[in-house]
Design a protein around this ligand. Structure first.
Ligand code: B12
Ligand code: SF4
Length: 460
């Protein structure tokens, strides 16, 4: 039996932003799988706890793990590098393994700069027990879980902080808020999204290190059964008093035709279970795949808000980033959701490839049309940030407009000129789009790249 510590590293000391509102599931899930495999395990979200690097190291010392696992996002890479180096300087024998979206996007670079013993590419639930036991080295891939019902619940009882600590990103929903992941996978390949990277290239798998195999399969569509979902949601309510859920699904509704075959019966079963929970989730605007019956069923099951990735009001720009949606998809979707009683949260970007000021004006026109019909309950306007090794990043690098690298925050807060707009004009459009169509302005500045906007006085 080994002692496994899964760490979400602190980032606020170099980003200047506290990422403590929402929890993440990878660490608590892998912690549960480690426990199931017979190990002692803890998940520590040092960022949510407001720990400094020094305090995080003290906790590592106190907990005396044999295996230190860290999730790496592009933004948290610097924090992981700091902790990994400090750990290796003090405790050479402590086995350090890293994984997560940035590890998938840049395995060689991440292994080199963190100095970890091992880097895992993929969803690691099925293999984390083996990794803890065998402590392999180098870059290895893992089989993704295909049967989500077979996975344990996230180990919130071994997670610090626990669920009630997190405030959630919408103060008007009831507390406590938890998160859950009833489906995984998306067939699309938007060029700014990191998730499609989970399916590229070939690597040696953990279970057969002598053989190359394709990485599996973030894009493969997988669902929990209604029974499993209800059991987990009820457990969250009864154990932690949870009142509201953030349903992390790659896109829960609108992504493909057959989605409804799972969605409608599952929503009906959740509604029948009468759990008394409200929730929000993510969806994709589409004229064909979004239908009233699906949204009505979601509302009956407790859905009160959907975050829609609108990106741009210009069809040309949405084609350029492989989003492939049209303003008519947005209007159709927002109308049906509103009719169902579900709040529309629109997520817009500016500073995208091929986006000129005329295209930004089309986004403004779409926002105004949505406001005119009272369809936009909340909006967020973000300056497009190329994440490492996504297609949009490759394009920006090729065309010479990749934002200037800041070694710590990996250019998340440093928009630069694109061939189609200057950085100053991108900022201008971000601010203009954040307030377009609002009579009373109530702006919530989240950070340098995003502005969030609540329509004042609108109850959730
Ligand atoms: C919840 C969430 C958040 C929360 C919590 C983030 C946090 N503390 O980690 C909040 C809102 C704070 C947030 C913030 C940000 N986020 Co966010 N977020 C998500 C979201 C929607 C769900 C994460 C989740 O729980 N997934 C489910 C679990 C099961 O998957 P997973 O985390 O990938 O873990 C699996 C594997 O990666 C692997 N694994 C993970 N870690 C490890 C470690 C080891 C050792 C091993 C072996 C395996 C392994 O096994 C896990 C189990 O299958 C994802 C999108 C998504 N669908 O995943 C985006 C996502 C992670 N976010 C993203 C981004 C860009 C951001 C921000 C930079 C946004 C911004 N501009 O401010 C910040 C960065 C925050 C930070 N601390 O660095 C990108 C990351 C891209 C990248 N290359 O890094 C994602 C992938 C969205 C996307 N589609 O591109 N985010
Ligand atoms: S539709 Fe959503 S989850 Fe799918 S690739 Fe695009 S942004 Fe990513």
């Amino acid at each position: 039996m080994s002692r496994y510590l899964h760490l979400n590293v602190p980032v606020r000391h170099y980003t200047g932003i506290s990422y403590d509102l929402n929890m993440t599931l990878g660490g608590p899930l892998l912690t549960a799988c480690a426990i199931q495999a017979g190990h002692q395990a803890i998940y520590l979200d040092a960022e949510a706890l407001g720990y400094s690097e020094a305090r995080t190291l003290q906790e590592i010392e106190r907990l005396e793990p044999d295996v230190l696992a860290m999730t790496v996002l592009t933004l948290s890479l610097h924090g992981v590098e700091q902790i990994a180096r400090a750990v290796k300087a003090r405790w050479q024998d402590l086995y350090v393994v890293v994984g997560g979206p940035h590890a998938v996007a840049d395995p060689e670079g991440t292994l080199a700069t963190t100095g970890a013993d091992c880097l895992i590419v993929g969803e690691a639930e099925l293999e984390i027990g083996r990794i803890i036991q065998d402590r392999p080295r180098g870059i290895l891939s893992v089989r993704a879980p295909l049967d989500l019902d077979a996975l344990p619940r996230p180990a919130w009882e071994h997670s610090f902080p626990s669920i009630p600590h997190y405030q959630g990103n919408e103060p008007r929903f009831e507390r406590p808020e938890a998160c859950t992941l009833p489906m995984r996978g998306c067939p699309h390949a938007c060029s700014f999204c990191s998730l499609p990277l989970f399916q590229n290239a070939s690597l040696k798998p953990v279970d057969e290190p002598d053989r190359l195999q394709p990485r599996l399969h973030r894009s493969t569509i997988r669902y929990q059964s209604a029974e499993k979902i209800i059991e987990e949601w009820r457990w969250l309510k009864e154990t932690y008093g949870v009142r509201h859920l953030f349903v992390y699904a790659d896109e829960l509704v609108g992504a493909y035709a057959s989605q409804r075959d799972w969605l409608i019966p599952t929503m009906e079963a959740i509604a029948r279970a009468n759990l008394g929970l409200t929730w929000k989730t993510q969806g994709r605007c589409n004229q064909r795949f979004i239908t009233q019956d699906q949204l009505d069923a979601m509302y009956a099951a407790g859905c009160r808000a959907i975050m829609w990735g609108v990106e741009s009001g210009s069809e040309k720009v949405n084609q350029a980033v492989h989003k492939g949606t049209h303003p008519a998809d947005v209007l159709h979707t927002f109308r049906l959701a509103k009719r169902a009683g579900i709040r529309n949260w629109g997520y817009f970007m500016t500073g995208m490839p091929e986006e000129t000021e005329a295209d930004a004006a089309l986004t403004e026109a779409l926002i105004l049309a949505l406001c005119e019909e009272g369809l936009l309950d909340y909006r967020q306007v973000t300056i497009c940030t190329p994440e490492v090794n996504t297609p949009i990043w490759a394009r920006a690098e090729r065309e010479g407009w990749l934002p200037k690298r800041d070694p710590r925050n990996r250019w998340h807060y440093t928009p630069s000129d694109t061939p189609w707009m200057t950085a100053a004009r991108v900022r201008y459009w971000r601010d203009r789009l954040a307030t377009a169509g609002l009579q009373t302005q109530h702006r919530l500045s989240m950070n340098n790249v995003a502005y969030a906007q609540y329509a004042p006085g609108v109850p959730v």
